[in-house]
Design a protein. Sequence first.
Length: 179
Amino acid sequence: MKLSTLAAAASALAIATAFAASAHAADTATGFSGELGAAVAHTSDGGVDLNLTSVILRGGYQFNENFALEGEASFGVGDDSDSGVKFHQDYEVGAFLVGSIPAGDKTQVLARVGYAQSKIKGSFGGFSATDTVNGAAVGLGVKIFPTGSNNGFRLDYTHYFFDHDSAVDGASVTWVHKF
């Protein structure tokens, strides 16, 4: 009984793997992807001029050649100060609908729209305060796969329309892997 159950499970796994491989070969424009990179966020609202650096992670699913969903999370790794106040980005998270257009065999031009949240900490002397802001975000970018493989890189710019009339411009460069 155990042997026949094991044989049936192995057969099902082999069939599923073969089906997945043929589906991937037939349409490599769909599937999951992951990204890891660096980002910088700039704001000059309210007389404060800041550039905050972070590590950024993205994951997404490409539904077809032109549409995807992606989520991102970034974590601050660099501080900046203005007028003696030290600022640090704790995190930023967002979800985006992404439209893309192939620009040759190895390049995709993309535009994205979504919603994001960010938490910033400010400290001066022995005092500190945090603020969490939310809002819409729009961006443009390009993904390039130089060797035509599943590994490439992405450059992008995103403008965040955070509440409290706070606007942030973000730029990132990431390594991309398509699964």
